[in-house]
Write a protein that binds this ligand. Sequence first.
Ligand SMILES: *[C@@H]1O[C@H](CO)[C@@H](O)[C@H](O)[C@H]1NC(C)=O
Ligand SMILES: *[C@@H]1O[C@H](CO)[C@@H](O)[C@H](O)[C@H]1NC(C)=O
Ligand SMILES: *[C@@H]1O[C@H](CO)[C@@H](O)[C@H](O)[C@H]1NC(C)=O
Length: 240
Amino acid sequence: MCYFRKQEWCLVLELLLLPVISGLQDHSELEINAKTGSNITLQFFEKPLGTYTHITWLYTTKQKILEYAYKGTETTYAGYRGRVNLDNITGALQIYNIQKEDKGDYYMRVLKKSEEEYKKILNVFDPVSQPTIKIEKTENLPDSCHLILSCKGEQQNVTYTWFDDSGLLPQNEEADVLERIITPKNKSTFYTCQVSNPISRKNDTMYFTPPCTLARSSGERWIATWLVIMAPIIHTFLLT
Ligand SMILES: *[C@@H]1O[C@H](CO)[C@@H](O)[C@H](O)[C@H]1NC(C)=O
Ligand SMILES: *[C@@H]1O[C@H](CO)[C@@H](O)[C@H](O)[C@H]1NC(C)=O
Ligand SMILES: *[C@@H]1O[C@H](CO)[C@@H](O)[C@H](O)[C@H]1NC(C)=O
């Protein structure tokens, strides 16, 4: 439900909605975002399930992953042998080495007096690749400058966000392109493009001498690092 779970409003929203949506479930986020190659745990309850006779985990409603008869046999089905592990106290299912093909709907069915069914949706993402900002256009006009930057990356289903001196910039339609008319009033010394998906984010920054003269790009980050390291040393040196 919430991509950026750390944000407080998101937590508040979840706390407000959870009891309504999920009744007594503890771990009731419907959607899980996982990184390709990671291990995940599909879990609805933190506490023991209590008395039950049977658990079935399914991928979609058609394909069985695992069945467990309480204090009896555990059967793991083809495609999942060696890849899954059931916690028979809470009913949680661990799946190792998640791949793109694993995305979809998962169901846990617990047979108590009657059969209860719980659902989770798994989304699988690769980490985003490193973006590179390119200057598409700089045009010096009287008292201003027309600047177009693009943020290139070989990826789909990612979110592009731009930042400058003033912080987060409003989103435009073509999110991987930033077009600015820069005046002394809204000049900036840098532009950062951040590429993100629910499991990762990376950014690139280009530095400018306002309005539109390229100072350096983040490839030359070492200069800044060097200054950060050297400044206190020089400072100390001057004081002694
Ligand atoms: C996933 O779990 C396996 C088995 O416990 C472990 O060897 C492996 O390092 C884990 N992988 C990750 C990405 O945590
Ligand atoms: C900067 O200010 C100028 C003049 O007020 C305006 O035309 C331009 O759209 C502004 N640019 C941005 C990127 O806000
Ligand atoms: C860009 O990435 C660096 C390193 O990962 C991080 O420290 C920085 O906060 C990021 N900047 C933005 C604006 O997201």
